[in-house]
Structures are given as C-alpha cells and as structure tokens.
Design a protein around this ligand. Structure first.
Ligand code: ME8
Length: 639
C-alpha cells in the first residue's frame, strides 16, 4: 500500500478565510478522498500560520493580543471544516508546542551544518508578504509586486541562512526530478529564479516579538517563513517525543505533496528544499502550484477588499455545489474569475439540469414500473458500457494529473450519453405501451447504472451529494474503492426511495438582483488599497445625507432586502431598497435616523426602484447601520 501525504499551505490568521483559501483545502480534500478510494494510506494536513509582524500588527490594531486574534480566526477555520465537509487528519497551529519542537530541531541541524551566520540586513520589506524585495522587483512608486501596497526600508542585525550554497544542489534537484514542481511551466520560473543567483536569506527578526525565540540567538525570533514551512514535518511529530507519523509519511513516505497557490511557490520550491537539504531531511516529492481566483479583474485577497466569503454560498447552495463549482470552473494551475453569474449558470445547467434531472427522471420511471424497486434484469451488452469504461479511464487519468475539471467533464460525458440513450429508448413510452417488460427493465437498469458510476466518480468532489445520489439510485452504501467505477454495480430488486429534489433550480435574475444589494455593502467594506487614495473632490461627489426612516417592509420573495421609505428633507419621501433584512426587522427601523447616499443613480432590485443607498458597516457580511450620535434635521450633509 502506497503512502500519500498531502498538505495545504497553513493560512495566516490576520483575517477570516475567504473562497481563495477554501479553494486550496477543497482541492486537497478532493484529492485525498480520491487517493483513499485508490487504496493509498493517506494523511492530510492543514493549519494556520500564526506568528510574524503581520499578525502582530493586525491584533494590535484591534487592541488585542495576537493569540486572541489567532484563536478567533482558527475557530472560523474549524467551523468551516464541518460546513465544507473537509476530511483532514490534522490541523496544526504554529503556536503549538509540538511545532516549536520541530522548529528548534531543524534550526539545530542547520546550525550544525554551518549554514547560519549573523549580519546586518537591509532592504525593501513588504509586511503582508513578510518578504524582502530587491529594488528591481518592486512595482511603481516602491510598491510590493504582489500586493501593490507601499514597501518599507528595514535595516537590522539578523541571522542569515547560506541559501547561496544550495544554488547548485537545487538546480541538480530540478534536473533529476523534473516533476518536483508542477505544472511544468512553473518549474521553469523556479529554475530561472535560482539560476539568476541565490542570495543568502535572513531567517530571523530582531524587531518582531511575536514569534518563536531563535535558538541560541537572544533577541531574535525565527523568521515567519522558516517557522511556517517546518509545520509540514512538526505536525508529523518531527523533533518531538513521538515520531511514528514522521517516519511513516515523511522519512519512508512514497508521496509527499505540497499544494500551494502560485504566490508561495518560491518559498516551497526553493527555500524549503534548501532548509531540508541543510538539515539532512528528505525533500517533498512534489510541489503543485495552482492559480488565483480573481474577482473584478484582480486577485481575490483581503488586502484588495474583493473577497467572497464561503458562508453565503454554502447557505444558499450547499457545500457540495460550492466544491463542484470551484473544481469545475478553474482549470487546475491556471487563474479563474469568480462571479455570481457564472456560479448560477453552472449550478443550473450542470447540477440542477444534467445531474438532478437525470437522477429524478430515471428513478421516478423505475419506481413506477417496478413497484418502488430497482429493475429485476441487469444488462451487460449495450452501447453505454463502452462509454462508461472510457469514462472511468479518462476520469482516473485526469485525477492522477490533478486535472479536476477534466475529470468532471469525463463524468458529464457519461451523463450526457445516458440521457441520449434514454431519449432514444423512450422508457416513458414503453411503460405505457408494454408495461414492465424485460426490455424496460434493462433500459432503466442501464440508466441507473450510468448514474451510479457518475456518482461514484463524484464522491471525492461532492461527498454528501454523491452519497445521496448513490442512495437514490439504489446503492445504499457509498463504495470505498475505485473498483466501483466498473460496470455492473447496481443491485436488482433493491429498494428505491422516493426521489428528493437534489438541486432546486435558482431564479438567476432574482438572485443577482439580491446580490447587487449586498454587493453594495461589500463595496463599502472594501479598504481602498493605500496606493489609490481619492481626492477630497472625489469624496464630495458622493452626497451623504441624514434621513429618517418613515416606513419599512420586506421585499416579496427576497430574504435579504427591505423596502424603506425615508425622509431626506426634500418634501417628498424617497423609496430605497437595502440588503439588511437578515440583520434588522422592519419595525425596529421606523423613526431611526440613518445615513444615505442621496445622489446614486436609481437601480431596480427585485422589481422595486431604489433611489439611494443606506450606509452600514459590514462585519463579516452582516450589516450594522450608521446613525448620527444626536438627532439632526433630515437632509443634513455628512462630510
Ligand atoms: O501565504 N486564489 O498564507 P495565506 C486562490 N501563511 N488561492 C488563494 C487565493 C486566491 N485568490 N487567496 C489565497 C500564506 N489563496 C502563508 C503560507 S505555508 C508554509 C505558509 C490560497 O493566508 C493559496 O493556496 O496568505 C495561497 O497559497 C494560500 O491561500 C495563502 O494563504
């Protein structure tokens, strides 16, 4: 039995998780579920990166200790584990003692190899990246090439790691193991970075208190990236009292795979192997980098203020629909754009229509013809068998390559063929004309069997829904092995429960209209990047005015929107639509003074014309209205 050790990056705790972070963990979860079905002994690790200046600053800005911030964000990650159906084996926090043991042991070994020395360190530093950049790597106006925010000049005495010594060993590694970095194009990037010359790396900080004390160097803490990367072995017990997992999955492990976003490839494919070479530990077998989710044309990230929080989507569509969308829409390795519109389109066409309707059609017919049971006759010779065989082969080949969208396409081809087969055989007519014949039994059994194979392939992607589909087509227990992709698994005469709607169709127009109202609030939440400040004239283009709410009522068929009638001091009241219904009851708003944007172009939301926008702070998506501290005449300008 092969061993398969899989890790996600450990996420910074300076903000709650967004869809980009969830994407990596969803990919990992899908892959590891597949490997389990392939028969591997797997171990799947995720966790949080809690030290460093960035976290220190974020906590102090809130007036709390870094560990309080970390605890709060970790609770969010843990909560999402259940919501998104993650099956990781361990969650490591870099503030845990077991992690410190690993860090101290690796540093002892690197020190023993003669690879550490002290020197003055100067350079341009991006705090969100926790990384130094050279002058020529910076963006216009001395900005970070990743974040676009201003960098700062830093100068202090640090411990340095002799990275330059590992230039040739790293190039040898890439030559001997061209698969070390995937996709292949990314290996070229890494190789040219190393070829262009490696400078020694500063691996301690004198000015950052929130970190692991650097062994043997008083006054210095371990640089957050050295600290963080070690999680991949400290979580397995390296440096601690019990090293069985480390020996099994790292030292003697067959596959040691790190999944990362392309932004942190250099850290994983250059620094990490160099640290490991120095410490005399085995290297990962592969580092696989994926692309970025964009929104509004930019990378989705907290510092850009354009993130999508997973909760809203999960509430509305279920975790498995979110998992499906992310894996189907992004070609693994490339960038992709997230939009509500694309989400609904895929949901309606792939899930509600292709999958949901096929299941309900074939199950309804079989129940009707065979008294609530699967058909009594199986079928071993028909056109679908060849397609199913090809599907299983394509699916497995794609999954080995982490080509998730291709694997799903293969399953959908079988679904399409099964539909086509049913259209040609017309079982709905056969029932009426000939009744429950042997021929009808075979046709419907084939339909159920094709769906069963599709659902088996979907188990790693949509664990809950795929199990529901399997139960719906008569296979009560979800299979544990990929052998179940072979033709023939649908039982005869098995109970077929009444089909439940799996993916109710979504009214796209209505959903998007609601989304617009909440999107406006997201825009207000957005912290403008520091490089794009606006002038006072630009600010005054928005007419912010105080208004009193005269009446409030829900907008029919919407759970987020309220229709408000407000007095903005203009003689006649105005109608506004606000996405605040989940946080406020209509009656508690009447008589309250609020702040509105008075010169916004009218917009129609769920058929109601809105003439302005109510301002609210947005706390993790929940609106909190702004009120003047003392009553003022309606129409008073806010500036
Ligand atoms: O970098 N699209 O943590 P982090 C796709 N702590 N993936 C995205 C994404 C987006 N828009 N935004 C984030 C760190 N990610 C370090 C890692 S590892 C030893 C230390 C994903 O919280 C992507 O996988 O900034 C990226 O690598 C990871 O989140 C970075 O999360």
């Amino acid at each position: 039995m092969s061993s398969f050790y899989l890790t996600t990056p450990i996420y910074y705790v300076n903000g709650p998780p967004h869809l980009g972070h969830m994407y990596t963990t969803i990919v990992g979860d899908t892959l590891v579920r597949y490997r389990r079905m392939a028969g591997d002994a797997t171990y799947f690790l995720t966790g949080t990166d809690e030290h460093g200046q960035n976290i220190e600053r974020a906590a102090h800005k809130e007036g709390i200790e870094p560990i309080e911030l970390a605890d709060r964000i970790v609770a969010e990650y843990v909560r999402l584990r259940g919501r998104l159906g993650f099956s990781y084996d361990d969650f490591i926090r870099t503030t845990e003692e077991r992690h410190r043991w690993g860090v101290e042991e690796i540093i002892r070994r690197i020190e023993a190899a003669g690879d550490l020395y002290t020197a003055v360190h100067e350079g341009w530093y991006c705090s969100p990246c926790e990384t130094f950049y050279t002058e020529k790597e910076l963006g216009p106006g001395k900005t970070c090439p990743v974040h676009g925010t201003p960098v700062e000049w830093k100068s202090e005495e640090n411990v340095f790691f002799r990275l330059s010594k590992y230039q040739q060993p790293l190039l040898d590694l890439y030559r001997q193991h061209p698969d070390f970095v995937r996709p292949a194009t990314r290996l070229n990037e890494v190789r040219s970075f190393v070829e262009s010359g490696l400078r020694d790396l500063s691996v301690s900080r004198a000015s950052v208190e929130w970190g692991i004390p650097f062994p043997g160097r008083p006054g210095q803490t371990v640089y957050v990236w050295l600290d963080a990367l070690i999680n991949y072995v400290s979580a397995l017990g390296f440096g601690g009292p019990s090293t069985a997992l480390y020996e099994r999955f790292w030292e003697r492990g067959d596959t040691r795979l790190h999944l990362v976003g392309k932004d942190i490839l250099r850290h994983h494919a250059v620094y990490w192997p160099a640290f490991l070479l120095s410490a005399g530990l085995p290297l990962p077998t592969r580092v696989w980098a994926h692309g970025w989710w964009h929104r509004d044309g930019r990378k989705m990230s907290k510092s850009q203020g354009n993130v999508v929080r997973p909760d809203d989507l999960v509430d509305r569509f279920g975790a498995d629909a979110v998992r499906y969308f992310l894996l189907r829409e992004m070609v693994f390795g490339q960038d992709a754009s997230f939009s509500d519109e694309a989400f609904i389109d895929r949901y309606n066409s792939d899930l509600a229509n292709d999958l949901g309707n096929t299941v309900s059609r074939v199950v309804t017919l079989a129940r009707k013809a065979f008294d609530g049971r699967t058909p009594p006759e199986r079928c071993e010779d028909n056109l679908l068998i060849a397609v199913a065989r090809q599907t299983a082969a394509d699916y497995r080949a794609a999954m080995e390559e982490l080509a998730f969208s291709r694997a799903l396409e293969a399953l959908w081809r079988l679904l399409a063929e099964a539909n086509q087969y049913l259209v040609v055989r017309e079982p709905w007519k056969l029932i009426k004309t000939e009744g429950a014949t042997e021929q009808l039994s075979r046709v419907l059994w084939n339909g159920l069997e094709a769906v069963r194979i599709v659902a088996t392939g979907l188990l790693p992607f949509m664990p809950r829904v795929a199990a529901e589909v399997l139960a719906a087509v008569g296979s009560a227990e979800p299979p544990a092995s990929l052998d179940a992709l072979a033709w023939g698994g649908t039982p005869t005469n098995a109970e077929l429960p009444e089909p439940k709607p799996l993916f109710p169709r979504i009214d796209k127009e209505a959903y998007l209209a609601e989304g617009k109202a909440s999107e406006k609030e997201t825009t207000m939440e957005t912290a403008a990047p520091e490089t794009s400040r606006i002038s006072i004239d630009q600010f005054f283009q928005a007419e912010l005015k105080v208004a009193t709410v005269l009446a409030a009522e829900p907008v029919p068929k919407s759970n987020k929107l309220l229709k408000l009638s407000v007095d903005v001091g203009e003689g006649t009241p105005r109608t506004l639509v606000a996405g605040i219904a989940l946080a406020y009851r209509p009656e508690e708003l009447v008589g309250k003074q609020v702040v509105v944007v008075a010169n916004l172009q009218p917009a129609k939301l769920m058929g109601v014309e809105s003439n302005g926008m109510v301002l609210a702070a947005s706390l993790d998506g929940k609106p909190v209205l702004l009120h003047p501290a003392a009553p003022v005449p309606n129409g008073t300008r806010v500036k």
